[in-house]
Design a protein around this ligand. Structure first.
Ligand code: BGC
Length: 247
């Protein structure tokens, strides 16, 4: 039985779960702890070590992080502590857990889970996963193959970073109703559509649980569907990716 640990590092919580890879996407044990503040590399590494001791699983560990990750190295810090830039995340978490680690972008991991088991299953063509949360994450798939680190949340719209205009947190901060926020999300998706002409958008992030409130208000030409894997997407995608790269 291949049981692998997947860990999803977010701004407010670190979610972890043991994924039974032979049973598809089943998360058989899970754990959630608050993200330490300030969320510096040593503070997060300590928690990751603790999680790996509590949720024991052999083999490589898949971990997501909300930043550009190239070959384990963190390359950006839009919504995370600046001290992450340049950190070798694979080495840091391998030292903390004593196991091989595959670190990847959070939206890329969620997208992998959706393409394998959720709203993108068996979909050829261009599929773009967009996660609306504290930031905007993106994952582009061409005939099921990921183009990593696309960072489409940082496209410029009306002279501003797109995620500052249309992330889900903007709805909360400015107390926008669905119609007003959907207009911003729609403007964002139309910009992405102009550049990539995807066949399908998969909308993820917490806000996708209320997809019925805003999907009908969108005017993009592509098909738009809510994510199907819920909160487990990052955990599952990371575990799958780690196994395929290092297992
Ligand atoms: C980061 C991305 C991340 C997204 C969603 C953005 O601010 O730059 O790397 O995927 O937020 O968390």
């Amino acid at each position: 039985m291949r049981r692998r640990l997947g860990i999803d590092i977010g701004g407010s919580a670190i979610k972890a779960g043991i994924v039974d890879l032979d049973a598809g996407s089943a998360v058989v044990e899970r754990l959630e702890i608050p993200t330490p503040q300030p969320a510096t590399p040593p503070a997060i590494a300590e928690r990751i070590g603790e999680i790996a001791r509590r949720l024991r699983a052999d083999g490589p560990i898949g971990i997501t992080f909300p930043a550009v990750i190239r070959h384990g190295i963190v390359g950006s810090a839009a919504n995370v502590d600046e001290s992450w830039i340049g950190t070798d995340g694979d080495a840091l978490f391998e030292a903390a857990t004593g196991q091989p680690v595959f670190l990847m972008n959070d939206a890329d991991a969620a997208g992998i889970a959706e393409m394998r088991f959720g709203a993108g299953r068996d979909r050829a063509g261009t599929v773009i996963m967009v996660t609306f949360g504290t930031g905007i994450g993106s994952a582009i798939f061409i005939d099921g193959r990921l183009v990593p680190n696309t960072e489409l949340g940082h496209l410029e719209i009306r002279g501003r970073d797109a995620e500052d205009r249309a992330a889900a947190i903007v709805k909360t901060r400015l107390r926008l109703g669905w119609v007003r926020w959907a207009r911003l999300a729609d403007e964002y998706l139309r910009t992405v559509e102009r550049l990539f002409s995807p066949d399908r958008f998969i909308i993820g992030g917490g806000i996708s649980h209320e997809a019925d409130k805003f999907l009908p208000l969108l005017t993009v030409r592509a098909e738009v569907v809510p994510a199907a894997m819920g909160n487990d997407a990052g955990i599952v995608g990371a575990a799958v990716a780690a196994e395929e790269r290092l297992g």
